[in-house]
Design a protein around this ligand. Structure first.
Ligand code: NI
Length: 255
């Protein structure tokens, strides 16, 4: 069985056929999915999905691109949701220096507040990083994020950075890009990081794996990510599925 640790089934791209998308995931052996909410609308929708499907869990947080919109009330709301039995993590949170909607200083402040909240409610965190590796690693260290640990989501950095994150109690999650022919770094990371620190994800509807690159992604495709990791590591896809599922269950506290 596969565990998709990062899916946005709460995105409008699934408005017309969510049921079919979920059925295809179940047919392919995807038996656990964490739906990630990152603003008011997507958090509400993620929570609804956890009520509708017993194998769907939620992670709730505030995306760095929209950091400028987060109010104290939003943070209190996230804190309330954190005690919901199906909320298994906080995030995605982090830094995104590609888009400039939210100034860096505000992104950092919102990131720090969410790490502090995660420590208070004792939940792991899911990290979004775009062009901001050095600042993310520094903040995780300064805020003592190792206490809760979490996930470097859709990791695209070097094996060295991946190891540094593992040393800070984080798992490395690989998605569609590891299957791209020209993706050197994710393949190196898949090789360098032991299976007991790896997770798999789709980040759907984005980043569909090969041969669906550029199309809408969905949880059933997480199998392609697992197959690529299995090939790189020279192990069976069953072993990758089993280990990454066990890792995710342990991190999220799911039995
Ligand atoms: Ni995401």
């Amino acid at each position: 069985m596969f565990f998709d640790t990062h899916a946005h089934l709460n995105a409008e791209q699934y408005n017309d056929d969510l049921r079919e998308v979920i059925d295809r995931a179940l047919e392919e052996g995807v038996s656990r999915i964490v739906v990630v909410g990152f603003d008011r609308l997507t958090i509400e929708k993620a929570m609804e999905l956890t009520e509708q499907y017993d194998f769907i869990y939620a992670s709730v947080g505030w995306h760095p691109v929209d950091a400028i919109d987060m109010t104290d009330e939003d943070l209190r709301w996230i804190e309330e949701l954190a005690s919901h039995p199906k909320v298994v993590a906080l995030g995605e949170m982090g830094l995104d220096y590609y888009w400039d909607k939210s100034p860096k200083e505000i992104q950092k402040e919102v990131f720090r507040k969410q790490i502090q909240l995660a420590k208070k409610v004792k939940l792991p965190i899911i990290i979004h990083n775009r062009d901001a590796t050095a600042d993310i690693v520094a903040i995780l260290k300064e805020e003592g994020a190792a206490e809760v640990g979490g996930i470097m989501h859709c990791f695209s950095g070097s094996p060295e950075t991946a190891k540094e994150c593992v040393d800070m109690n984080f798992y490395i999650s690989l998605g569609g890009p590891v299957t791209f022919k020209n993706a050197k770094k994710p393949k190196e990371v898949a090789e360098a990081i032991p299976l007991d620190r790896l997770l798999i994800e789709t980040d759907c509807p984005y980043l569909a794996p090969h041969p669906y690159r550029g199309k809408r992604n969905e949880p059933s495709y997480v199998k392609l990510v697992a197959e690529q990791i299995a090939e790189i590591k020279g192990v069976s896809v069953e072993e990758v599925a089993e280990m990454t599922t066990a890792n995710a269950k342990k991190l999220f506290g799911i039995i």
